[in-house]
Write a protein that binds this ligand. Structure first.
Ligand code: PHE
Length: 479
């Protein structure tokens, strides 16, 4: 299909859009929630490991496929492989987008509500009770629809410039506000307990709960980097050949992780000072802690307005990137007009989001386990595609525009994304499924040695990894 494709005008345009997609409710809201429910520092440790070892190489896999194909995820997979199986797999990303935006828009609605509430001081009196009174129900549906409507309008008008400009202001504003809040939060009574929970890992706890923590930490790492949904692939499809994918990817990952970790430094001291404590935060961790911070601060109302205003912007620059994927798919592959695509998809999201806004159980499952599984599965697909379908072409693509250091890492990278990381992610996927279904693996006695669940899965993982590594080396399409 002959298409002239827009491209980013400046390097910073691409980085900002990608950072805009990455930095959002994932860092500010979902990260503290997941951390509070999965043991604090133990979770943080696993999460950072996954960001570094899986996140950065994964980001590059999406970038490589996107820039090579210059298409949306479905088109990219079918064009580059000419296989109907890959094209069928590509449709998973449409499902992922539906799932993502359904709950994201509900949380976006909460942030709008808090933004408005900051003007009036609505939540100042009883921050905990306030969250409980607004989180699910008919009014939550209303705010979800409002947030979704704004997202749809932006995507409809394609005001990339507006979003780019907003992102430019937003990023420094978020960081400055978070730093200031952190400086204030750590002085509170009880803050040190919060910091200890967040920053000093309990290794025995980690070992005992590894199979429970790992899928959640991996899912969160992918979520916060917008990986496994085709977003980064699509953004890179507008990228010129002279850009260093490796340098841009690293910059995006570092910036994004910094914001998430900082959000934890703000939230946990305040939560502990409030007496909410470990594990008690839930999806309300961010809202409850900040609301009480603003209630106690001088000029809290002003700070609240600015802060939640910025959070709304951060959420929007992520939600538009979620909507853009299925829209560009319908436009590219089915020839729908942009307007028809946006309108019909928004209709679907309005309903699926309303279901999440009405039921806490559905919300928790969709925003937690379901998303973790979909993103993990999606990223595995992209990585295997880069390793086994593109093969040597992926190496060439990664090297294009890169410095000598990144060029020398391109081949090891291909083995990592073609073999080791997918095997690791399949391992987390299986433990996530088992965890969600409440199935315990093992223990198993083998040749007189008793293996616990983690070891059984590790052994299987290692065997599969070695076998497929040998396969990739022999595969003629590669190297
Ligand atoms: N990374 C975004 C956030 O942290 C969420 C997101 C996930 C956006 C997947 C696009 C795709 O809020």
């Amino acid at each position: 299909m002959a298409m002239t494709r827009e491209s980013w005008q400046t390097r910073i345009g691409f980085i900002l859009a990608a950072v805009g997609s990455a930095v959002g409710l994932g860092n500010l809201w979902r990260f503290p929630w997941m951390t509070s429910e999965n043991g604090g520092a133990a979770f943080l440790l696993v999460y950072l490991g996954v960001v570094l070892l899986v996140g950065v190489p994964g980001l590059l896999a999406e970038f490589v496929i996107g820039r090579r194909s210059r298409r949306n995820p479905v088109g990219a997979l079918s064009d580059l492989s000419e296989s109907s199986a890959w094209s069928a797999f590509g449709h998973v990303f449409v499902v992922t987008a539906v799932v993502l935006l359904s709950f994201y828009s509900v949380v976006g609605g909460w942030t709008l509500r808090y933004f408005a509430g900051s003007f009036t001081g609505a939540y100042f009196g009883a921050p905990g009770a306030y969250f409980d009174s607004i989180n699910y129900g008919v009014e939550a549906v209303g705010f979800h629809l409002l947030f979704l409507g704004v997202t749809a309008l932006i995507v409809l008008r394609g005001v990339r410039r507006g979003i780019e400009r907003a992102t430019k202001l937003m990023m420094p504003a978020i960081v400055v506000l978070l730093l200031a809040l952190a400086a204030w939060g750590v002085t509170l009574d009880g803050a040190s307990e919060g910091l200890a929970f967040y920053l000093s890992p309990d290794i025995a706890f980690l070992q005992a709960n590894f199979l429970h923590i790992l899928p959640a930490a991996a899912g969160q790492a992918l979520f916060t980097l917008s990986l496994g949904a085709g977003t980064m692939l699509t953004y890179a499809s507008y990228l010129g050949e002279d850009r260093s994918l490796a340098a841009d990817g690293t910059a995006i990952a570092v910036l994004n992780t910094f914001v998430g970790v900082l959000a934890g430094v703000v939230v946990f001291p305040i939560l502990f000072a409030l007496g909410v404590g470990a594990g008690g935060g839930g999806p309300g961790a961010l809202f409850v802690s900040l609301a009480s911070a603003f209630a106690a601060l001088p000029y809290g109302q002003v700070v609240g307005v600015v802060f939640f205003g910025v959070v709304v912007l951060a959420a929007l620059s992520s939600s538009i990137s979620m909507l853009e994927i299925p829209v560009s798919f319908l436009v590219d592959e089915y020839g729908l007009s942009r307007r028809a695509a946006v309108t019909s998809l928004t209709g679907v999201f309005a309903v699926t989001g309303a279901v999440c806004a009405l039921d806490q159980g559905v919300f928790g499952f969709v925003a937690g386990t379901l998303v973790d599984l979909l993103l993990t599965g999606g990223l595995v697909g992209f990585m295997l595609f880069a390793g086994w379908v593109l093969g040597a072409d992926a190496v060439t693509e990664l090297q294009r525009g890169s410095g000598s250091f990144a060029r020398s890492l391109a081949t090891p990278w291909l083995y990592a994304v073609g073999v080791f990381i997918p095997v690791f992610l399949i391992f987390t996927f299986v433990s996530g499924l088992a965890d969600a279904a409440g199935v315990a693996v093992g223990p198993l006695s083998l040749l007189g040695v008793t293996l616990g669940p983690t070891r059984i899965l590790l052994v299987v993982t290692a065997v599969v990894a070695v076998a497929s590594f040998l396969g990739l080396r022999r595969s003629r399409s590669v190297l």
